[in-house]
Design a protein around this ligand. Structure first.
Ligand code: TRP
Length: 330
């Protein structure tokens, strides 16, 4: 069985885009592989969160992953800082990570531009920490988006460099896990691009949004005056509404509005009302489960403990072996 690992930045609430982009596939994947899902709280220090925020965000993300269907009895779900051996492997990898290659990383350049007064060493060595996350479980596959491919490439570089330096065949070369056609890209409600929380208020539907909020956001989604010619090509905002509908509504519903569109009889108000109700129905089980879990501190704690134990069993063994390969006293 392949070892699959995914890291999640604890940046607050998950939205429908996260669900269709990753979460939904994770819930299937966990049964076909040995999976590690962890919440990257060390990574979040690169942007200096306050202590209160750090813990709240970790809990929120954990709850939402569980609500969406990740099973802590099947997969290993843990908090990165509960596996402090990660920091030791990060230290070792940093000794063979070079300033030049780290400075060339796109995400580093972007972050440096965004926070010019906080270009800390953690930001520069972010790829080494991410490599430590992956290599600590000697993972084979890592589901990542386009923006993380360069980091994964660096992980392979660090793994190979380690193997070469110590003349061992210890770390496997992790590759990107592609979900292929199952991956659905969810557009945002602002008429362009993708769903994301940084794209502005109202662009994203969060899994925990209450029905009233969902209705309000969908009704405000960008549309236009409607087609003037039969069977015309849909402009982007309209295409996006249909894409969203395809994700959450029945095929009949989509076909109905397609027909109306093609006949120039579509009323976007009606379409949005239907879309909002279908999103509400679709997200209901997750929303309810989020509420239940959020109130169950004991269960959350148990899940974290369970994850910690399994993560240390795997990661602790790796770091012990790495120490010996490097030449530390066993
Ligand atoms: N860098 C990833 C992101 O921004 C999060 C992450 C940290 C990660 N460590 C990882 C992802 C290891 C995959 C594997 O989304």
């Amino acid at each position: 069985m392949d070892i699959v690992l995914s890291g999640i930045r604890p940046t607050g609430n998950l939205h429908l885009g996260n669900y269709f982009g990753a979460l939904r596939n994770f819930t299937k994947m966990q049964h076909e592989n040995t999976c590690y899902f962890f919440i990257a709280d060390y990574h979040s220090l690169t942007t200096h969160p306050t202590p209160e925020h750090l813990q709240d965000n970790v809990k929120q993300v954990l709850v939402e992953y569980l609500a969406a269907g990740l099973d802590p009895e099947v997969a290993t779900i843990y908090v990165q800082s509960d596996l402090p051996q990660t920091a030791e492997l990060y230290l070792f990898l940093n000794m063979n990570a070079y300033k030049g290659e780290l400075e060339r990383v796109t995400t580093f350049k972007e972050k440096a531009k965004k926070q010019p007064n906080n270009i800390n060493a953690g930001l520069l060595t972010y790829p080494a920490l991410m490599a430590a996350d992956i290599l600590i479980h000697r993972a084979h596959k890592v589901p990542v988006g386009k923006d993380q491919e360069q980091h994964l490439e660096m992980t392979r570089t660090f793994a190979n460099r380690f193997n070469r330096l110590y003349k061992v065949d210890y770390f496997p070369e992790p590759v990107a896990y592609n979900f292929g056609e199952e991956l659905i890209k969810i557009p945002g409600l602002d008429g362009s691009g993708k769903m994301g929380k940084s794209e502005g208020e109202g662009n994203a539907i969060f899994l925990a949004d209450e029905p009233a909020v969902i209705r309000k956001k969908v009704m405000r989604a960008v549309s236009d005056a409607g087609p003037t010619e039969k069977n015309s090509v849909k402009p982007e905002p309209i295409r996006n509404l249909f894409l969203l509908m395809q994700a959450v509504s029945s095929a009949d519903t989509v076909a109905y509005f397609e027909e109306k569109y093609n006949a120039c009889e579509i009323r976007y108000g009606d379409m949005k009302k239907q879309l909002a109700e279908d999103i509400i129905i679709f997200t209901e089980p997750i929303r309810e489960r989020v509420k239940e879990l959020s109130a169950d501190e004991a269960y959350i704690k148990k899940v974290m403990e369970m994850g910690k134990e399994k993560a240390i069993a795997s990661g602790g063994k790796t770091v012990k072996e790495v120490r010996e390969i490097i030449g530390f006293r066993p």
